[in-house]
Design a protein around this ligand. Sequence first.
Ligand code: FAD
Length: 408
Amino acid sequence: MSRPGRTVDVLVVGAGPAGLAAAARLAGAGAGAVEIVEREQQAGGIPRHCGHGGFGPRELRRPMSGPQYARRLVDDAVRAGADLRTGVTVTGWSGPRALDTTSPAGLERITARAVVLATGARERPRSARLVPGTRPAGVLTTGELQQEVHLHGRRVGSRAIVVGAEPIAFSAVRTLRAAGVEVVAMVTDQARRPPHPLLSRRVPLLTGATVTELTGRGRLTGVGLRHLDGRTVTVGCDTVVFTGDWIPDHELARRGGIPLDPGTRGPAVDTAFRTAEAGVFAVGNLLHGVEPAGTAAEEGRYVADQVLRHLAGATWPDGGLRLQVAGPLQWVAPNRIAPDGPRPLRDRFLLRTGESLARPVLVVSQDGRVLRRQRLLRTALSGRGLHLRADWFGRADARGGPVEITAY
Ligand SMILES: Cc1cc2nc3c(=O)[nH]c(=O)nc-3n(C[C@H](O)[C@H](O)[C@H](O)COP(=O)(O)OP(=O)(O)OC[C@H]3O[C@@H](n4cnc5c(N)ncnc54)[C@H](O)[C@@H]3O)c2cc1C
């Protein structure tokens, strides 16, 4: 089917904090025609349905609710001159920087001098976690829960179990309580209790427990759990919320043949958030699952400066060195470097560990040569970001093998 085509200078895909912040900075800096497309009817990304506070304390100097924060970023982007189009989904590519869109107004092809992918991440649903049992109503992810409660004002149930104990799991607890739902327990397969103020407010937490089964016909009636010692129990409830376990929304990147990082499963990017495809950048939760909204927005502003450099004619690097991690570390982002390239945002790399580590030492090495040892002064918790300083960066050999990061 033929499509009408248009050309812009920068096309930003996804109007969450990362995309909106990138577009605001680009439009404000005179990058030319900057367009953001968003598949939802309203822009703002995840914060739009987070009806709780905790957004923007550092960057905007005052804490806001998610919807307030989303409105603020939308206003900033539009005021700076970005063209924001909602209800528009990017479905694929017809060239290296030519994207196909669909919307109620029809099909279109938009070609850009630079593309910024900011499509976010989503939680792995029950089906992808391969939890056996029946298929009753009442099984949600945090995102679905927030949308039911905060966007649609629907009742979700009366007794809930929250699976997970990362920060997002506590958002789920808050939302359930605000909706009048009793939280029967939080369940984590981690052996340690994560420190969190809500835990001291009597949220029962079961550590070292795995969900083995969901029961109930029509509506959920219980969740089967297995403890580390092999004991099994069924806890009665009508709602279960699976939290965390993020998958970057990488379909569009994959369709464009953009190589992904095996750890993050988002596009592999260098310290300027450049993918392997010239002129295509990626930013925000698409790169690393869920971090605070301020981090996504900060990455958006940082990528804008890199996009401006590209528009001004900077050469696109040829791959660079791969950064890789060894267990218990799960991933690092950004995950490619050019030793003479730009330093990463805030001069540090973001890492995730699969198990909590008390004051670990991070070791960076290349071809057996140690480039840097860094001791962290706090416990690195599973499921939360930890940072590695980038001061070893220039010591890596551009012609050497991959740079490896380990922790002990
Ligand atoms: C339950 C929950 C609670 C949270 N609480 C907090 C908190 O208290 N404080 C805090 O700082 N952070 C919080 N966060 C994290 C914060 O919301 C995210 O880090 C932030 O929204 C990430 O921004 P993003 O722009 O990368 O992605 P998103 O916000 O996910 O935005 C991505 C956008 O891209 C759009 N999109 C995707 N694919 C396409 C396509 N093909 N075409 C067009 N559009 C597309 C999506 O519709 C979406 O709007 C929370 C997150 C969750 C899930």
